[in-house]
Design a protein around this ligand. Structure first.
Ligand SMILES: [Fe+2]
Ligand SMILES: [Fe+2]
Length: 308
């Protein structure tokens, strides 16, 4: 069971990471619909606004409460998040609230503010809101994915991407339900299942990068393909460990090495896209988004390895 302090700290860290991830998925969805699909664009906007409000409330509660580790991991914001938002806003015409990003960049960790009266209650109500919202977002993504798969809808987002972001919304939802039961969603006994889930996400990121690159970017295409193959193997190995056929420890170390490598690739890629030296269909914010997801996974793997 989580202590009161762990419950508060870990819940807020989860919102800082996932509420931003949800808000950005909805930006990518909004940008991907064709102009005639006004209802879907409107639904994406409403869910994006609700995610933005949730994130803003989490930021207000988080200062001095979350761990210094979580801030240093650059899973909430990176050095590239603000320029990536500004550029994506300029290119897409979709307004992006950058004041939250600035507030997140100023967040401080480990100041011991966890004893503030009423904080556990405020976090609990934030978690309940997050449970409802993440379920609504997952359902919206399912509906869009299924419409694309039945060829009744066109969007510039691949079906695999729609399914991928749906699984991420479900993971956010499942984590919050665990917090409300006093459980740690990243319990080391779950290492194999967590690594199977996240290695698959890393594999799919490599596939998205590969397929959204301009066809002339052959070298980057090959690198992305190699990452996809490496994470495909790691996913299978983690799945075998989850089924009790293998030891997870060695896989954790290899997953960590591979995730650090793909994180560096994504970070360099974001900077290349921002400097206009990489051709393709990847929005700067999407490149930074997948970098943050790798940073989140790296911190998780480090803790799993330490048995924390
Ligand atoms: Fe994502
Ligand atoms: Fe992802």
């Amino acid at each position: 069971m989580l202590t009161r302090a762990e419950y508060i700290r870990m819940s807020l860290e989860s919102h800082l990471f996932w509420a931003r991830i949800m808000k950005e998925h909805l930006i990518f969805m909004e940008a991907g619909f064709v102009s005639k699909d006004v209802n879907l664009i409107q639904q994406a906007k409403l869910l994006k606004n609700a995610s933005t409000a949730l994130l803003a409330d989490a930021v207000n509660l988080a200062n001095g409460v979350v761990s210094a580790d979580s801030i240093a991991a650059q899973e909430f914001v990176t050095n590239n998040t603000l320029p990536a938002e500004e550029k994506t806003q300029q290119l897409s015409g979709i307004p992006i609230n950058t004041s939250i990003t600035c507030a997140e960049m100023a967040l401080r960790g480990n100041l011991g503010f966890v004893d503030v009266p009423g904080l556990a209650r405020a976090v609990s109500s934030l978690n309940q809101r997050g449970i409802v919202l993440s379920a609504q977002i997952a359902e919206f993504k399912r509906l869009v994915r299924d419409s694309v798969l039945s060829c009744t809808l066109f969007t510039w987002n691949f079906p695999l991407l729609l399914d991928h972001i749906r699984r991420e919304a479900l993971m956010y939802n499942a984590n919050l339900i665990k917090f409300q039961r006093g459980e740690n969603p990243h319990d080391p006994v779950m290492a194999a299942q967590l690594e199977a889930f996240w290695n698959r996400l890393m594999e799919e990121h490599a596939l998205f990068i590969r397929n959204y690159l301009d066809p002339t970017e052959e070298e980057l295409f090959e690198t992305a393909q190699a990452f996809a193959a490496r994470f495909d193997e790691l996913t299978e190995e983690a799945e075998a460990a989850a089924a009790g056929q293998d030891q997870i420890n060695v896989i954790t170390q290899r997953s960590l090495d591979a995730t650090r490598s793909i994180r560096d690739f994504k970070k360099t890629g974001t900077e290349g896209i921002l400097m206009c030296t990489i051709k393709g269909l990847i929005a700067p914010l999407l490149a930074d988004h997948v970098t943050r997801e790798a940073n989140h996974y790296i911190r998780m793997l480090t803790k799993l390895q330490a048995g924390l």
